[in-house]
Design a binder for this molecule. Structure first.
Ligand code: PGA
Length: 246
């Protein structure tokens, strides 16, 4: 695990964007695993800037998003479909046919989950997976549990997650209770992973992920077993880490 502590949210975002840009330059037909949330927002803006300024080419890139709420349509501004199109995809030249996000409106959610993993496999797996981290150390919507959920699955969201995400909704009652999420195994199969975190409310989760006991009670801790993870944090999120590289 490599840990990069940056000076600011801006620097965290730029570092992540450069790694993604590098990945695409090295392998133009890369498969990216993408995340939503406030953490990667500026990283997406930086990638849009790189696309516009020096022509970073997404035309051969495929993307798989980590998760989506169940029961919210893609047109709903709170859906992760909407987030991805409006914060990233519509500004770059990725081909719509190469964009995959779990379908939270699928009639058969179990089949949707199974098919999603199959699609990732058929695409040759994920080259570079971007992760945020929840305050409870969740990755994707893999909430603290007594076991690691392996493949893409239906999740019941934690009260803490519902509360955290209620900031995007008119009130907490509107936050969906269920979601589809890539599982831990799906995530761990990615060839390379970058985990991003900013702000002091993520410091404890980052500490658990990087130095804590590997346990499903802190799902991000499993990343310690992955062979190619870069943790990129700002100073606040990295505040509890004992040894840091600047
Ligand atoms: P955030 O969410 O980026 O909005 O803090 C991260 C997460 O819950 O994984």
């Amino acid at each position: 695990m490599r840990i990069i502590v940056t000076k600011s949210y801006d620097a965290m975002s730029m570092t992540a964007a450069k790694i993604i840009a590098g990945q695409i330059y090295l392998k133009p037909n890369s498969t990216l695993g993408l995340a939503t949330g406030s953490t990667p927002l500026l990283m997406y803006k930086k990638l849009i800037d790189i696309h516009k300024s020096i022509g970073l080419d997404f035309s051969a890139v495929t993307s798989f998003n980590l998760d989506e709420y169940i029961g919210i349509s893609p047109e709903n501004p709170e859906s992760y479909h909407y987030f991805m199109y409006n914060n990233f995809f519509k500004y770059i030249n990725i081909m719509p046919k190469n964009i995959y996000i779990p379908d939270g409106m699928a009639a058969d959610i179990n089949k949707e989950c199974h098919d999603y993993d199959q699609l990732i496999k058929n695409n040759g797996g994920i080259d570079l997976q971007v992760l945020g981290i929840g305050k409870n150390a969740h990755i994707g919507f893999n909430e603290p549990d007594i076991k690691f959920e392996t493949t893409t699955h239906k999740v019941k969201l934690d009260d803490e997650t519902i509360e955290a995400n209620s900031r995007f909704f008119a009130d907490a009652k509107q936050v969906p209770r269920y979601a589809i999420s890539m599982g831990i195994k799906t995530i761990m199969f990615a060839k390379k992973i970058i985990l991003l975190a900013n702000g002091k409310n993520k410091a404890e989760a980052v500490f658990k992920a990087v130095t804590g006991k590997i346990s499903p009670a802190a799902p991000a801790s499993i990343l310690q077993l992955h062979q190619d993870v870069i943790v990129i944090v700002d100073k606040e999120a990295g505040a509890m880490l004992p040894h840091v590289e600047n």
